[in-house]
Design a protein around this ligand. Structure first.
Ligand SMILES: [Mn+2]
Length: 320
């Protein structure tokens, strides 16, 4: 059923105004949005569990389906008329049982990725663990001979060890865990935007495992398009699909207030927009945006930025 046009501020805000669906309907859509409202994996300022609702609110003015869009920056037309977007609602989270949640997240993203493109909104970054495993399983069933890599935007490396009494997978160790448990090869992980001073052991882990690290300064010095080209060249003879995980704190702290662990000297929205535009040259199998925290940003500007980047990403390049 075609939804009637509504004012941005009116009606029920599903993701990009897409149909609100149940799992049986996934196969009829090109992109399916899923919220994961949890923040037990965050070590500092909580509130990321409120992000999926706000992302729906601020994505509501961005419409893809039924549109022919003109990109003023690149002087290009995107015909997205037949592009169908749906909203599957949220994972039913159990706030005191992280392991059960990881399984619930995997199950949902697996069901989406079997038939459609999963677009996930956390939650803290720990949700990427379950989300990636679900997508990996679905992709491996269809494309046996493909490898799956990750393009990871972040201020942080996320390869720490366990932290006090935090859950086994928390937002600081997602990529260490995925590598240790053999879901991901370090050489297939591309982390863009980390910065600042970190524990030497974390840096050593990235080197020992062949993780590709492009710091925020690398992006400033080399230009983001050159870095994307480098990643593309490294993989040109490989059968590889990529999962994108976008920690919003990859962007500089002066743009993004709404996040638990911001850092200075970060990427700017232009870098990210260009990177996402370049992504149309890659075979992408999933996308998550994490660490948005509306309790720290009364203006909700962080959500406006996140939604614009996602909107462009879908309009630019996602061809199914
Ligand atoms: Mn981070």
């Amino acid at each position: 059923m075609k939804r009637k046009e509504e004012y941005i501020y009116a009606g029920i805000p599903t993701f990009m105004g897409g149909d609100f669906i149940c799992e049986d309907d996934i196969k009829d859509y090109d992109v399916v949005f899923l919220g994961v409202p949890c923040d037990y994996g965050a070590s500092y300022r909580l509130g990321a569990k409120y992000a999926p609702r706000l992302l729906r609110e601020y994505s509501f003015w961005d419409r893809i389906e039924g549109q022919t869009l003109y990109d003023l920056d690149r002087k290009k037309i995107y015909k997205t008329n037949n592009f169908k977007i749906a909203d599957l609602g949220d994972v039913f989270v159990n706030p005191t049982n992280p392991e059960k949640n990881q399984n619930a997240i995997s199950e949902k993203t697996y069901n989406i990725a079997k038939h459609s493109f999963p677009l996930i909104c956390g939650g803290d970054h720990s949700i990427t663990y379950g989300s990636f495993i679900g997508v990996l399983k679905a992709v491996k069933e269809k494309f046996l001979d493909y490898e799956i890599g990750i393009i990871h935007f972040d201020a942080h490396l996320d390869v720490e060890k366990g932290y006090l009494n935090m859950p086994e997978v928390w937002h600081g160790n997602v990529f260490r865990k995925l590598i240790e448990k053999k879901y991901l090869k370090g050489e297939n992980l591309y982390t863009i935007g980390p910065r600042g001073v970190v524990d030497e052991e974390w840096f050593n882990f990235t080197q020992e495992n062949g993780i590709n690290v492009y710091t925020s300064n690398d992006v400033k010095n080399k230009n983001i398009n050159h870095i994307m080209e480098e990643i593309s060249n490294k993989n040109k003879n490989k059968k590889i699909k990529f999962y994108i995980t976008f920690d919003i704190d990859g962007i500089d702290s002066s743009y993004i207030f709404g996040t638990g662990t911001p850092q200075i000297n970060g990427l700017n929205p232009y870098d990210c927009d260009e990177a996402l535009h370049y992504m149309q040259n890659f075979d992408i199998c999933g996308f998550d945006v994490v660490e948005l925290n509306p309790t720290l940003d009364n203006s909700h500007n962080s959500f406006v930025i996140a939604c614009e980047l996602i909107y462009h990403f879908l309009a630019f390049g996602l061809r199914r």
